[in-house]
Design a protein around this ligand. Structure first.
Ligand SMILES: Nc1ncnc2c1ncn2[C@@H]1O[C@H](COP(=O)(O)OP(=O)(O)OP(=O)(O)O)[C@@H](O)[C@H]1O
Ligand SMILES: [Mg+2]
Length: 245
């Protein structure tokens, strides 16, 4: 029986909005500290297995970082199972895959101010060769170029234990945050993901445990349930029907 991160005691209180916001602020503080000496401020968000909470953590961390007044970019680099365009209700077609395959200019693919201080590059239409695109020189050049324009760049990626798409990103970024999910991720899966990041000489910034519910009296250390409601900001910069195109 594989040992999983955290344990459910059957009583799983849902965190309050306060706890959620504080949890993200704590992660932000740790990130600011960890990234201070880094040359670039590109952060890869990944996980060992699917459904760990990467996309949720990516968008909320990006929003939380932008709330400091920093200019932040979120890139949806999960070209197999993208989701950020749905969260922010923008079209996905003009996005990363089109930039990397030379079909679109980066400036035309940036969705500006999807939240205050936050821009988004959606995944783009699903390409036949996502691994090759993410591992290409074009991706490294794109990050170099965008690093000049933004204070922080967060990259939402596919799970490391399923596809190796994002390993190249781990090696060129300032660091990687691994997201685990309470009761789901096994220690073995997490160790394998850590080894993969270190195997490409990536910098492991930390591990976030998502969907972790604990004693409501102990202010949550991590990200909790009903995350989007925690911020009460409007996604409605584009009509809802543009999502998932
Ligand atoms: N902390 C949380 N508590 C409860 N549900 C959550 C939490 N974080 C994410 N979820 C839900 O779990 C599902 C998976 O989350 P998310 O899409 O963020 O994971 P992911 O790691 O990006 O998944 P994938 O590997 O498919 O890209 C979504 O339905 C999301 O709403
Ligand atoms: Mg995802």
């Amino acid at each position: 029986m594989p040992k999983r991160i955290g344990s459910s005691n059957g009583q799983r209180p849902i965190a309050s909005t306060f706890q959620i916001v504080e949890a993200y602020k704590t992660i932000r503080t740790n990130l600011l500290f960890a990234l201070a000496p880094a040359d670039n401020k590109v952060v890869v968000i990944s996980s060992a297995e699917p459904n760990a909470g990467k996309s949720t953590v990516s968008c909320n961390l990006a929003i939380t970082m932008a709330q400091t007044g920093a200019h932040v970019l979120l890139i949806d680099a999960d070209m197999r199972k993208p989701s950020q365009h749905k969260t922010f209700r923008v079209k996905k077609s003009n996005g990363l895959s089109r930039i990397l395959s030379g079909q679109a200019d980066v400036e035309d693919c940036i969705c500006r101010e999807v939240a205050r201080g936050l821009d988004l590059i959606p995944s783009g239409s699903l390409p036949p060769n996502p691994s090759e695109l993410l591992g290409s020189d074009a991706m490294v050049e794109l990050l170099d170029r965008l690093s000049v324009q933004y204070d922080y760049i967060f990259i939402d990626t596919p799970p490391l234990g399923v596809v190796a798409d994002s390993l190249v990103l781990c090696s060129v970024s300032a660091g990687t945050v691994l997201v685990t999910r309470q009761g789901q991720t096994t220690y073995e899966e997490l160790q394998t993901a850590i080894d993969s990041v270190r195997g490409v000489e990536g910098n492991l910034l930390g591990v976030v445990i998502s969907d972790m519910r604990e004693n409501p009296r102990s202010y949550g250390r991590y990200e909790k349930y009903h995350y989007y409601k925690a911020y009460d900001y409007s996604y409605s910069t584009a009509p809802a029907e543009t999502a998932d195109k």
